[in-house]
Design a protein around this ligand. Structure first.
Ligand code: GLC
Length: 744
């Protein structure tokens, strides 16, 4: 018998036994769930659906009385241990989920997700999430309210900082990587906010959203589906109403799509008092009706609303909510707890503390991640990196020395005293080069006055190089931080213009949670580096880039507007009947601003230059099950090593419905030594080249597909492929994106 056959047989047996093992493990969980559920009173069942935050109204005895199935904001081992001891006093001893917003770190803060997305690297997203989870789970947290998978095209919305920007493919890949990274580090994910929350009217957080179902499937749902396929343990329903139906009581979202089409069998929690807010939404007259509508739609757990615990037993006894619905919600919660191994876990050691962090390794990881997020937006005259022969640097700006702000919003247990500020980082690096460093804030954090400008100008005039650090203080970013005007706040533009007018070379480092409107600064300040909120090690990472110890490789995960009024603004837009024609106002135009963005999606420079050549499509006519394979030569034309994110975009020029002008379908980050050429092949399954219909089914229509390959969304044409025959897929069959495979 040929060896290959034996191996084949063996591997088949191994696979089938693994599958059987998986199935039997799943069966064992279901049996344990059934057994426990069968012992529970109605009150104990509803208790499992109650999620309460640390402190009032939670009474510690609620836990021993079985009135909470999960708690949040227990961020230290002492409180976790106390709660676990109270569980052991309860009748059924059902362990708690300990949830916390561990978004971008626990004690060691990593860059905010929007910055992380600029790395265009599932490996980086996995690494950051794994570290966050390791630190949080060390003190007993076992559930995080992350990743935020909300796609957004409107930077007026402050929470854009918590997501991965404007592209469904990038968002899907990175969401999957974060779910897997959290799990590897010991945290169950609660992917949020389901769904459409990132498209509020006017960019106003919590406001209503209108998104056609086909657009939901094409744009706003793919990253959530990727989370299901990556094994997200739970989901969080969103605050917003979607097409008039609040997401927290939306059977289409919570049951038709999430469960019936995607097969999700974990549980859904509301957002903070999201169930109670159904009254404000005008679909419930009182708490009882809100509780009833939410649980019947598919929300299994009530975060901080106290409505399930108060009303569901009566709703069941009155026959308005079948007990089978409660049982199914409890089953989902118990299934998750069994899958996480909580019933077999030893109690946490109450002496554990997050003061053991940041470890040296955590700092190294945080610095590595932050380095890859930095986006060199422009570098006229190669002002950066700092030239040899530079003798003095003036660091100007309040955000250069802002240890709390660089951590960004939602920083869990991040401590500002752990931060290496940008000023610290520059000073440390400059010292080793014998360069003197002065610092003048130029203004305070909100930059409301120019009283400190003279001292800043004085420092600038005495230096060889000015490094300005301005942007968006962290309190202006995150939840409940919608802005109508995204210009650099206060007097920042005036101060930067004055610095530029000194004639000294100026490099601007922007800190913030979104693109900011730069006005004349983009013209007068030659070098601009976007640092986002770079986290605990941000200062070292930024200094590494400024001095050229690392070559910036970040790419914009969203479009950078010239003016707030251009928003919403995104690259993967639909065509119009009047595409822009220069000097013809009766085409897509503004009469008071250019129609183009300041920097496009996928944009980011390097200290070297990359050239693309010899693009080739392997197989032009494609059938179902095949892939669009595009190979291209990428050459490092400069004298420095660097990383380039090679991006592949497609367009369906003629279809039964208008299709986006470009869609990112694949990317790969490659390292290139000076002068090196690599032939990079990007692969796109043909089943990813279509679009959804309102019922969630998917179609790849026969006809041409245009292909573009390059270093940003303005990539050059690489020719055309052809879909030989139309492919149709029902909703259940459509896969959002393959797992990243990083968890193995
Ligand atoms: C908030 C947020 C949500 C967060 C939750 C718990 O209001 O919308 O993202 O996870 O409350 O803190």
């Amino acid at each position: 018998m040929r060896l290959s056959y034996v191996l084949g047989l063996f591997s088949a047996l191994a696979v089938s036994s693994l599958l059987q093992a998986g199935a039997s493990a799943q069966d064992a969980v279901e049996r344990r769930v059934d057994d426990l559920l069968g012992q529970m009173t109605l009150e104990e069942k509803v208790g499992q659906l109650n999620l309460v935050s640390h402190g009032p109204p939670l009474r510690w005895e609620d836990i021993s009385e079985g009135k909470a199935g999960a708690v949040l904001n227990f961020n230290n081992a002492g409180d976790v241990a106390r709660a676990q001891a109270l569980v052991r006093q309860s009748r059924l001893k059902i362990p708690l989920l300990f949830g916390l917003d561990v978004l971008h770190g626990f004690r060691t803060q990593f860059p905010l997700p929007l910055g992380e997305a600029a790395a265009f690297s599932p490996r980086i997203s996995f690494l950051a999430s794994e570290w966050a989870a390791k630190e949080a789970s060390y003190v007993g947290v076992n559930w995080t309210f992350a990743p935020m998978a909300d796609l957004s095209r409107d930077s007026r919305w402050g929470r854009i900082v918590e997501g991965f920007g404007e592209d469904p493919y990038l968002g899907s890949v990175l969401t999957a990587a974060r779910v897997e990274g959290f799990r590897k580090g010991g945290l169950a994910a609660s992917t949020k906010h389901f769904a459409g929350y990132g498209a509020p009217q006017g960019g106003r957080d919590y406001d209503t959203t209108y998104i056609p179902r086909a657009e939901m499937y094409d744009t706003y749902l793919p990253s959530f589906r990727a989370a299901v396929e990556a094994g997200s343990a739970s989901f969080m329903a969103a605050f917003n109403a979607l097409n008039g139906e609040p997401s927290t009581a939306n059977p289409w979202l919570l049951t038709d799509v999430l469960r019936n089409q995607w097969g999700f069998d974990g549980f859904v929690t509301s957002d903070w008092v999201g169930i109670g807010e159904l009254i404000n939404h005008g679909i419930a007259a009182d708490g009882a009706e809100a509780a009833r509508k939410a649980v019947l739609a598919g929300v299994d757990m009530d975060m901080m609303g106290q409505l399930y615990i108060r009303h569901l037993p009566d709703e069941v006894r009155a026959g308005r909510v079948p007990e089978s619905v409660i049982d199914e919600s409890v089953r989902r919660v118990l299934r998750t707890k069994f899958r996480l191994g909580l019933f077999d876990q030893a109690p946490i050691d109450p002496a554990r503390t997050d003061d053991d962090f940041p470890s040296k390794e955590a700092r190294q990881a945080a610095r590595e991640v932050a380095r890859e997020t930095l986006v060199l937006l422009q570098n006229k005259g190669d002002v950066l990196p700092v030239k040899s022969g530079t003798r003095s640097i003036a660091v100007i700006g309040p955000l250069a020395d802002a240890p709390q702000d660089q951590l960004g919003p939602h920083a869990a247990r991040g401590h500002k005293q752990d931060s290496v500020t940008i000023l610290d980082g520059i000073r440390r690096r400059a010292q080793s080069a014998g360069i003197t460093v002065s610092h003048a804030p130029g203004c305070d954090l909100m930059c409301g006055s120019t009283d400190l400008l003279p001292a800043a100008l004085d420092a600038a005039k005495k230096a060889d190089l000015v490094i300005a650090v301005f942007g968006e203080p962290q309190e202006l970013s995150g939840e409940a931080a919608s802005r109508v005007d995204l210009r650099l706040t206060g007097k920042q533009i005036q101060i930067l213009e004055a610095l530029a007018a000194t004639g000294k070379p100026v490099a601007l480092v922007i800190m913030g949670g979104r693109p900011q409107i730069l006005g004349p600064v983009a013209e007068h300040v030659p070098a601009i580096l976007m640092a986002w909120y770079p986290g605990t090690e941000g200062g070292n990472a930024v200094a590494d880039a400024l001095f050229g110890d690392v070559n910036p490789s970040g790419k914009l995960p969203l479009t950078w507007p010239r003016a707030t009024g251009q928003l919403p603004l995104y690259y993967n837009r639909l065509p119009t009947g009047r595409p822009t024609l220069a000097n013809n106002r009766f085409t897509l135009q503004y009469i008071d601003e250019a129609i183009t963005p300041l920097y496009p999606f996928g944009w980011g420079l390097s200290y070297t230059q990359f050239a693309y050549s010899d693009a080739a499509i392997a197989k032009r006519s494609l059938e179902s099950g095949e892939s669009l394979d595009v190979a291209v030569n990428v050459t490092n034309k400069g004298s420095r090593a660097g990383q380039e994110v090679v991006q592949l975009y497609t367009r369906d020029p003629v279809a039964s419905r208008s299709r986006p002008l470009r869609e990112l379908k694949a990317f790969e980050k490659v390292d290139l030594a000076p002068g090196e050429t690599k032939r990079v092949t990007l692969r796109v399954p043909v089943e990813s080249l279509g679009f959804h219909l309102d019922d969630g089914s998917y179609v790849v229509e026969a006809g041409a597909i245009q292909v573009f390959v390059g270093g940003n969304s303005l990539a050059e044409s690489a020719g055309e492929a052809e879909i030989a025959k139309t492919i149709r897929m029902p909703p259940e069959e459509r896969r959002a994106s393959a797992s990243t495979g990083l968890a193995q």
